[in-house]
Design a protein around this ligand. Structure first.
Ligand SMILES: [Zn+2]
Length: 149
């Protein structure tokens, strides 16, 4: 209990900014882990399909796309959600832009690599860039990309 009370007091006293930064970094790591997991799942499906097709060949059986349609659909959906993860990752990483000089910093940077100011995650950039509009147009463009594939 003592630790939490101590933490609460620190947060209340304004050290919460560090917590906010950590939260953003955790978010980025979480998305990266999610993407790695999805990538693994896609490879698992590829392996299943490969094994299935080989067995068909080996047993001299006739191969139909219908037989592996479930796996194919799953891969397609996983790839789509990978794209969504990428978008979320880019959005999370956009928050790493320095609010003073707009320099893009590494995800673990505490001070801006260009102007040396402490990186603030208060979201100044969001306000100036009107994310509602830019985000939705980006969304639309990505949908077009997906459809074109
Ligand atoms: Zn800067």
């Amino acid at each position: 209990m003592g630790i939490f009370e101590d933490l609460y007091i620190k947060m209340r006293d304004g050290i919460y900014k560090v917590g906010d930064k950590t939260g953003k970094l955790l978010n980025i790591s979480k998305i990266k882990i999610e993407m790695a997991e999805k990538k693994n799942l896609i490879f698992e499906k590829y392996k299943l399909i490969g094994k299935y097709v080989y067995d068909m060949y080996n047993n001299d059986e006739k191969f139909e796309f219908e037989d592996i349609m479930d796996w194919l659909e799953e891969i397609k959906n996983l790839k789509l959600s990978m794209k969504e993860c990428e978008r979320r990752l880019h959005r999370a990483q956009d928050k790493l832009f320095c609010s003073y000089c707009n320099h893009k910093n590494e995800s673990d940077a505490i001070f801006c690599g260009k102007c040396g100011k402490r990186i603030s995650f208060s979201g100044n950039k969001e306000k100036s860039n009107d994310p509602e509009n830019s985000e939705s147009s980006e969304e639309v463009e990505n949908e077009k990309e997906n459809n074109a594939e």
